[in-house]
Design a protein around this ligand. Structure first.
Ligand SMILES: [Zn+2]
Length: 346
């Protein structure tokens, strides 16, 4: 163990998927597309990770993307023939370079899913573009990277059933539109209000055997974009100013009820940093510590049931970019705490 004493960094018991080409050339924007590099750099500086913990993705193929998105939409992206309205709806400027970056984030989520199935957990230092619909992009999202990753895993015969756990402050409307609510399964919208005063949803609210292959959970601020929220399998509409304790109680509630109804072979965790109280596009009141507890809760729930989990980053628009970076880095630290000792480092 001599090498440990010379270098206090332990190798992480999982991989981090990252490329410096994750940068999205979208100019001055509330979405700081340099955050991916800042997270990578901070993890190294803080000695939370070594360069060898990172693996680089390849761009997703058009064929893979078309497992989720319509050929018509994919062709428009490739040819640069989006209408002005479609570009406006995306809220980021179109360029072939931006398309390339999104394809790389999507390849990153595919790789993260593969590695999660091998190692139990994997984090894509990017991705989480949950507002991308089959036929259009929205809200800074062009390609729904983790939806593509799920479909690719299913196509390769690696999994049959997956669950998305979306903790970005904005509802996962694209994901809900892609996977729909469970067939024969009544979507479950948990009411707003203090979690502590409400008991867990009863079995009467639940379908006993959802036949669907992807179960979607979204915890989000009700009074925020998107104003039309297609039904997820479970939507938790949180009130403005929701605190750490209320949020964690609702998350625990949603995870337990989802995992009672559905047995996924892979969890895609969308670890948005924008439920943070100082986020410019969010109205919840979570602290940095509360967000780390959120991450731990998801990883613990997955590990306790031996369900592989991949994480993606999604939004994060804190007044201070350093806070967004801290929140995203903490997701790696949370996974390391939960999984260290669970998997043999290699
Ligand atoms: Zn968001």
């Amino acid at each position: 163990m001599e090498w440990l004493s010379k270098d206090r960094r332990l190798m992480l018991p999982f991989k981090l998927v990252y490329s410096e080409k994750y940068y999205l050339p979208i100019g001055e924007h509330v979405f700081r597309a340099d955050k991916f590099r800042l997270i990578h750099d901070r993890l190294l500086q803080q000695q939370a990770a070594k360069e060898s913990d990172f693996i680089a993705p390849e761009a997703a193929s058009e064929t893979d993307v078309m497992l989720v998105h319509s050929p018509h939409y994919v062709n428009k992206l490739m040819e640069g023939s989006l209408s002005a309205r479609e570009e406006l709806q995306m809220e980021i400027p179109y360029s072939p370079q931006v398309v390339e970056a999104f394809l790389l984030h999507t390849g990153g989520s595919i790789l993260a899913a593969e590695r999660a199935l091998e190692d139990g957990v994997c984090i894509n230092i990017g991705g989480g573009f949950h507002h991308a619909f089959p036929d259009h992009g929205e809200g800074f999202c062009m390609i729904n990277d983790f939806a593509v990753a799920i479909r690719v895993m299913q196509k390769r015969g690696r999994i049959r059933r997956a669950m998305t756990v979306d903790c970005d402050v904005h509802q996962g409307n694209g994901t809900a539109a892609i996977f729909g609510a469970a067939a024969g399964h009544k979507p479950n919208t948990l009411p707003s209000g203090p979690a502590t005063t409400l008991s867990a949803p009863t079995a009467a609210n639940m379908s006993s055997a959802p036949s669907k292959d992807v179960f979607t959970i979204s915890l989000h601020q009700e009074n925020n974009y998107p104003y039309v929220k297609p039904a997820s399998s479970i939507d938790v509409n949180l009130p403005d100013g929701c605190s750490d304790a209320e949020y964690l109680a609702w998350l625990d509630n949603a995870l337990s009820s989802g995992l009672r109804q559905f047995e996924p072979e892979l969890i895609c965790y969308v670890a948005g940093a924008d439920p943070f109280r100082e986020d410019q596009l969010g109205g919840l009141d979570l602290s940095i510590e509360g967000l780390k507890q959120r991450d731990e809760l998801v990883f613990r729930a997955a590990r306790a049931r031996n369900i592989p989990v991949m994480a993606t980053y999604a939004g994060g628009y804190a007044v201070r970019i350093e806070d967004t970076v801290t929140i995203h880095c903490n997701t790696v630290l949370a996974a390391a705490e939960v999984y260290r000792g669970a998997v043999t480092p290699r």
